[in-house]
Design a protein around this ligand. Sequence first.
Ligand code: SF4
Length: 213
Amino acid sequence: MTKISIDVRAVEQDRQTALQLLHHRILTCRSCEEQGYIKTARPLVNGRASDRIMVIGQAPGHRSVAKGRSFSGPGGSMLQKWLEQAGFPPGYLHAHVYLSSLTRCDPGRNPRGDGDRRPSPSEVTLCRPYLEAELAILQPEVVLLVGAMAIEAFLGKRKLEECIGAFEESNGALLLPLPHPSGVSRWLLDPAHQQLLHQALAILSQWRENLGL
Ligand code: SF4
C-alpha cells in the first residue's frame, strides 16, 4: 500500500490562509446595502480556522455590530451559560467557538420596533455562499444551530419541540439544534421546553467528553 504523508502544519496553514481570504471577502461585501435590503452593511466575522465547534445563528444584532464581536449581547451571555452547563469553561464561546450566522449584517429592527428584524429569504440567499465556504474550510465537528431560522435552513421547517433534544449528522458534522438564547424567545418559559434544552446540553456534554472538545 502506498504510504501517504500529510504535512498537517501545511494543511492548517492553508486553511488559515483560505479563511483570511474569505473573511476579507465577507468584510468588504455590500450586496444587501446595494440592493436596498439594509441601510448600511457592516459585516461581522468571528473565529479561527482551528475552531472545532461552529455556532450558526440568525444574524448579528446591533450590540454585536457596535462591539465588532458576534454574540456580544444577552444572547451570547446565555449561550456561554449553556456551554458551561455542558461542561465547557467560562469564556469558551468567544475564545474557541467559530461564530457564524445566516446573514452577517444587522438587519435592523422589525417594523413593530420591538425586536430584531428577521433577514428576508433574499438576504439569506445572498449571504449563504459565505456560510457554505466557512463550513467547507473549517469542517467543524459540531455545529450548533441556534434558533428557528438556522434550524430551518439546515434541517427543514419543523417545530422546536420536535428537534430540540435530538441531533443529526450531515457531511461529517454533528448538528445540534438549540432554541434562540435571546430573552425575546418565549419558548423556554415552558418547563417541558426547558427539559428539552437540558437534553440537548447533555448531548453536547457527551460530545465534549467523547471528542475531547
Ligand atoms: S448580510 Fe451578507 S450578503 Fe448581505 S451585505 Fe452583509 S455580508 Fe453581504
